[in-house]
Design a protein around this ligand. Structure first.
Ligand code: FES
Length: 216
């Protein structure tokens, strides 16, 4: 990793190294055991980068901080830059902190035709944020999602490890009210579910499932 500084005498920009974040070691013993089990299913440790990032996203509270990326790199024998490149390529990895509930509204064709943008506008008005924003109280982050592969249930909203289907501009605020009552931190639930799916024999009961439920 480098940045540059300007040298007025030579009229040139000189690269200077940026200190990489130090390892934070926040993986619990259980998380380390999960990672080591998952690694056995790959030909080499480096290949387990994607599941390792999901474990990190859960262990670091729902987002991949520089310390989380550093820890994954060290545990897999990769460079910080390699892991950062993977994490920044896939949009399901959170490089910024999310609200307690990450509300992702599918705005692809089928959902858009059935009112997804009307739902988005109602949420923006209700929560006081624009798309991509997080409410001041940290309760909600609002995002657009690409097709969630559940077009028959349009409009579809994903919150953590759950899909909500049949959402309309008329009933969409009831989902917000339900989420306000929930004590869960849903970004970490999503990460945990994905880790469990990749861990043979593990139960997903701790992290929920991808069950879709109709919003009535
Ligand atoms: S278009 Fe929304 S789930 Fe496919």
């Amino acid at each position: 990793m480098t940045s540059t500084s300007y040298n007025a005498l030579t009229d040139t920009f000189i690269p200077k190294p940026i200190a990489e974040p130090q390892q934070a070691d926040r993986f619990s013993d259980a998380a380390i055991a999960e990672l080591e089990e998952i690694v056995t299913h790959y030909p080499e440790r480096k290949a387990a980068c994607l599941p390792a990032l999901w474990i990190a996203q859960r262990e670091y509270g729902g987002s991949l901080t520089p310390g989380a990326i550093r820890e994954v790199a060290d545990r897999l024998g990769l460079s910080y830059t390699e892991v950062e490149g993977v994490a920044s390529f896939y949009t399901m990895y959170n490089l910024k902190p999310r609200g307690r509930h990450h509300v992702e509204v599918c705005t692809c064709l089928t959902c858009a035709l059935l009112g997804a943008y009307d739902i988005v506008h109602r949420y923006e008005h209700e929560l006081g944020v624009t798309m991509g924003g997080t409410t001041e109280d940290g309760e909600f982050t609002l995002s657009e999602a690409e097709c969630l592969n559940y077009c028959g249930g349009a409009t579809v909203i994903q919150v953590g490890d759950k899909y909500f289907t049949g959402v309309t501009p008329e009933n969409c605020l009831s989902l917000i009210e339900e989420l306000r009552k929930s004590q869960q931190f849903t970004p970490a639930l999503l990460a945990d579910s994905i880790v469990k799916i990749q861990t043979p024999g593990a139960s997903t009961s701790g992290g929920g499932s991808f069950a879709a439920q109709d919003l009535i």
